[in-house]
Design a protein around this ligand. Structure first.
Ligand code: 7RM
Length: 629
């Protein structure tokens, strides 16, 4: 499965494009299937319909767990590093993780969860979160993990959209010096929901927790610790594995759907190749399992590959900004996979937190989530990798399931701020505004993909039309990523960022419309418009232009608006800047000209472009004057 030289990459890539079915069949044959597929690929991008390994039957957890019991039952599958460094690390061998997952699966099944049911998981970064997801997969239930930083209202939206009848949570989560009462947030969400049959509660922080008899179930009471095995449900390749909600340019987040067979094959293949994973290496992905990176490269990819995956409960800056480096040294981490925003944040503390840290175990570094600027790239390369570790810049999305464009560590060349080359089986194209492919190098355009790879999004849950319109409609016959990109003379891709109204704030995807809707929930707000602006650490910050009747908006009102955003979405969507205005730049047909607001927010006041189509050009002057630095 592993490509180990540039020539082999080129050969493999060529083959994968000439004969995708033969190529992926060969890779897929290296997994455990209960029944082999009849057809490798069936697709069209018009409906769209994509089916990989149709007729094949499997259970992804047999590939993550059971398969390893024969030859490496005692290899460490999961290392857990707690938030508080004074608390003890937990480790699970493949055998132990298998048993934990079986017990959790049995608990769920005993309380009525069955194949096809949707289960929301709202937990902190603890081993039980991985166990809960795997337990769902084992019994064929569809998990929908909700990031622990989201609000009660966000839980309501996701439970309703997924029609979930079960929630798995824990009493609380530790994040740095803070404790978040997850169970009480779930309780708030459930005030307005009557479709939840059971809430499974894992005791983690030990904080006082209200339990509703009949509905709420303690994990430690419901699990039968004498159970060691639980049969894996037989799943079709295209049965749903999970739903993961992600923000778009309009409306509420949509549920990206991933299915069993293709997702398993692709995440494992890319994990092994991009990071050049070797047996017994310790892989530390700092993402939260609430995001797709955690799904694919903490849980499924590494475990299917028989790797040792390290999971960290806390944050990079607590108790101090040397925490990542302490973890690397303590566990002899070989591969570190993190986000540019974390690197920039740690950079801002200078080199002192790195003093006295060895970091000699590191072999490969990775980044994901947003474009990495050259300064951060070199800092990571020089001070963390000590000039001897290749950096892989991995570009992908919730919708792609796995990494689509990246160099292969030490095998294909890196170029700072470039994700570089496509993975085998992936055919990127750049298109211009009219939808024509931009040929030749160098080139610039909107990034699309020509044909399906095994872990491409199948649909948006219960709304296939939205999936079609969002990804397959702008450029007929192509999957549209929403990103802009450049291609250099050698065919390397550089992702420049979103070309739609989606922001990337500290690597978190947030829709401007979503934030506007949240701000508008505040009773004092008439209308708002949200745009991004460059932020040294977060990549993008959130700039909100808000109309209030008492036009002299003040700090108290700002606080109240922030609190509303916290309630509707969560603190990650809080605006960094709120400017009160009396009007917004609108066209005669009433459309807000975001281009102008973006320029003002970015501080490029003198390049506003054509403003003659504005209903009232005067508002622009007022907004320019009131701009917040
Ligand atoms: C994995 C993940 C997806 C969006 C995507 C891009 C941006 C991700 C990179 C990147 C430049 C990268 N999923 N993005 N990786 N931009 N270089 N290496 O982040 O669904 O949450 O976000 O993130 O804009 O469209 S996501």
């Amino acid at each position: 499965m592993k490509i180990t030289s540039l020539e082999e990459y080129q050969k493999t890539y060529k083959r994968s494009i000439e004969d995708p079915e033969g190529f992926w069949a060969e890779i897929a044959s290296q997994f455990t299937w209960k029944k082999k597929w009849n057809k490798v690929l069936d697709w069209n991008f018009t409906e769209p319909r994509v089916k990989w390994f149709e007729g094949g039957q499997l259970n992804i957890t047999e590939n993550c767990l059971d398969r390893h019991l024969a030859d490496k039952p005692d290899r460490t599958a999961l290392i857990w590093e707690p938030n508080d460094p004074a608390e003890s690390t937990r480790r699970y061998t493949y055998k132990q993780l298998y048993q934990e997952v079986c017990r959790t699966a049995e608990m769920l099944a005993a309380h009525g969860v069955k194949k096809g049911d949707r289960v929301c998981i709202y937990m902190g970064m603890i081993p039980e979160l991985a166990m809960a997801a795997l337990a769902c997969a084992r019994i064929g239930a569809v998990h929908s993990v909700i990031f622990g930083g989201f609000s009660a209202q966000s839980i309501v939206d996701r439970v309703q959209d997924a029609r979930a009848e079960y929630i798995i949570t824990c009493d609380g989560a530790n994040r740095g010096a803070k404790e978040i009462s997850l169970k009480s947030i779930v309780d708030d969400a459930l005030e307005d929901l009557d479709i939840i049959k059971h809430v499974f509660v894992h005791r983690h922080t030990g904080s006082e927790t209200r339990m509703i008899p009949g509905r709420d179930i303690w994990w430690h009471e419901a699990r039968n610790e004498s159970i060691n095995d639980y049969p894996a449900e037989i799943m079709d390749s295209e049965d749903l594995l999970f739903i993961l909600y992600t923000s778009g340019s309009t409306g509420k987040p949509k549920g990206a759907v991933h299915t069993c067979g293709g997702y398993m094959v692709y995440t494992t293949y890319t994990f092994i190749n991009v990071f050049q994973y070797q047996p017994d290496e310790i892989f530390f992905c700092t993402a939260d399992i609430g995001w797709v990176t955690g799904h694919s490269y903490i849980v499924y990819g590494p475990l299917c590959a028989g790797a040792t995956s390290l999971m960290f409960e806390g944050i990079p800056t607590w108790p101090d900004a040397g925490r990542f480096w302490d973890i690397v040294d303590k566990h002899k981490v070989n591969i570190l996979y993190t986000a540019p925003t974390a690197i920039r944040s740690l950079m801002s503390y200078g080199l002192q937190p790195l003093e006295g840290k060895d970091l000699g175990s590191l072999k490969v570094l990775g980044t994901v989530g947003e474009p990495i600027n050259e300064e951060a790239w070199f800092w990571y390369h020089d001070h963390v990798g000590k000039n001897r570790c290749p950096i892989v810049d991995t570009w992908w999305q919730t919708e792609t399931g796995g990494i689509l464009i990246s160099n292969l560590a030490g095998v294909t060349s890196a170029r700072p701020s470039y994700a570089t080359l496509p993975m085998p089986g992936v055919q990127p194209v750049l298109v211009d505004e009219k939808g024509n492919e931009v040929l030749g190098n160098p080139a610039a355009g909107n990034l699309c993909i020509k044909a399906p790879w095994p872990s491409i999004i199948r649909t948006t849950y219960r709304d296939h039309e939205r999936c079609r319109l969002t990804y397959f409609h702008s450029y007929p016959g192509l999957y549209f990523t929403g990103d802009g990109a450049l291609r250099d003379e050698d065919g390397n891709y550089r992702i420049t960022g979103r070309v739609d109204d989606v922001l990337n704030v500290s690597g978190h995807r947030i829709g401007t419309a979503e934030v506007e809707n949240a701000i508008n929930e505040h009773e004092g707000v008439v209308e708002s418009a949200v745009v991004g602006f460059p932020h040294d650490i977060k990549g993008q910050g959130i700039y909100a232009f808000v109309i209030c009747p008492e036009k002299e908006g003040n700090d108290q009102l700002r606080k109240a608006i922030n609190a509303t955003v916290d309630l509707v979405i969560g603190p990650i969507a809080r605006p960094d800047r709120i400017q009160f205005v009396t009007g917004l730049p609108k066209t005669r047909s009433g459309k807000i000209m975001r281009r102008i607001l973006r320029k003002i927010a970015e501080g490029e006041m003198h390049q506003l472009g054509d403003t003659t189509t504005l209903l009232d050009p005067n508002v622009v002057e007022e907004i320019k004057k009131g701009r917040i630095e």
